[in-house]
Design a protein around this ligand. Structure first.
Ligand SMILES: O=C(O)C(=O)Cc1ccccc1
Length: 285
């Protein structure tokens, strides 16, 4: 499958932060496959239409990207094989000639609307906020509208030529970074243009085993017995137990680990299973 050009799926259209993050990692020699949603990025990777995909995972000020974690709840959704960090500076873009007082709607991805909440409350208290699939999708929509603005990257002013920048740097906090996951269909599937550094991270999915009583979070984590760098939680869907959760634990390798990282992880997953829980490796990088 990896003969010839690599295809990398991203949240489109071109001009999204996800595309910029992917471009920073994969450059101009790969082909970018634009998807309408984060879920579609996972789907085209899992069905091997693309070799790899890039999805937003967490923002330093607005938090976890829920659509990404909801996709990771599903079976056969591919594996995480890397991460990318991108500084995010938002702009407010309008169609050329649109004035501040004309703006009645502001469109963007929910992450961008959340990262600019204070700016919007202060400068556009009566505008209606509209969530769309991505920041660049908002820019595209606004390029044919006389009463809308889009929150997106400065890059969109170049991608969509009818747009101009009304405000720059409108994120509420300057320290605004988004972390992205690189996904591939299976472990060890993705060739890398650069030497792969020693693997130090992995993502595991923890839940109560089907048919078992719910496993309390402390029981799952203490059976895991690993260094947890971050923890996310989403409702578990394949159970009749109300308020049962799936946990996503990102594990970080301790400095002194002598065992191969994969072996350490497999032993930890086995401990969770022995304690009556369910544990699955979702990626290693
Ligand atoms: O919509 C985009 O451009 C994305 O890539 C999702 C997103 C939105 C806001 C900050 C980081 C990522």
């Amino acid at each position: 499958m990896h003969q010839g050009q690599l295809t990398v799926a991203v949240l489109g259209p071109l001009g999204t932060y996800t595309h910029q993050a992917a471009y920073g990692r994969f450059g101009s020699s790969v082909q970018y496959h634009e998807c309408g949603t984060i879920t579609d990025v996972f789907n085209v990777v899992a069905s091997q239409v693309a070799h790899a995909g890039v999805v937003p995972q967490e923002n330093s000020t607005f938090g976890s990207v829920i659509e990404t974690y909801d996709a990771l709840r599903r079976e056969n959704i591919g594996t995480i094989c890397g991460e990318i960090l991108l500084e995010v500076q938002h702009c407010l873009l309008v169609r050329r000639g649109v004035k501040r007082e004309d703006i009645r709607y502001i469109k963007s991805h929910e992450q961008a609307l959340g990262q600019c909440r204070d700016f919007l409350a202060q400068h556009f208290p009566s505008a209606a906020l509209e969530k769309v699939g991505s920041t660049a999708a908002a820019a595209k929509a606004v390029s044919t509208s006389d009463d809308c603005a889009a929150i997106c990257s400065k890059v969109c002013a170049t991608v969509f030529s009818d747009l101009e920048i009304m405000f720059e740097g409108i994120q509420d906090r300057n320290n605004n970074y988004t972390r992205f996951y690189v996904v591939s269909a299976a472990l060890d599937e993705l060739p890398s243009p650069v030497p792969i550094p020693r693997q130090t991270r992995c993502l595991v999915r923890l839940s109560s085993a089907k048919g078992n009583r719910p496993s309390p979070i402390m029981q799952l984590l203490s059976a895991l017995g690993m260094n947890i760098a971050r923890l996310d939680r989403r409702p578990q869907l394949d159970t009749t137990l109300l308020f049962s959760n799936i946990y996503f634990a990102e594990l970080e390798r301790g400095e002194l680990g002598d065992e191969p990282w994969m072996l350490e992880i497999q032993c930890a997953l086995q401990r969770v299973q022995d304690s009556g829980g369910d544990a699955q490796l979702m990626g290693i990088w």
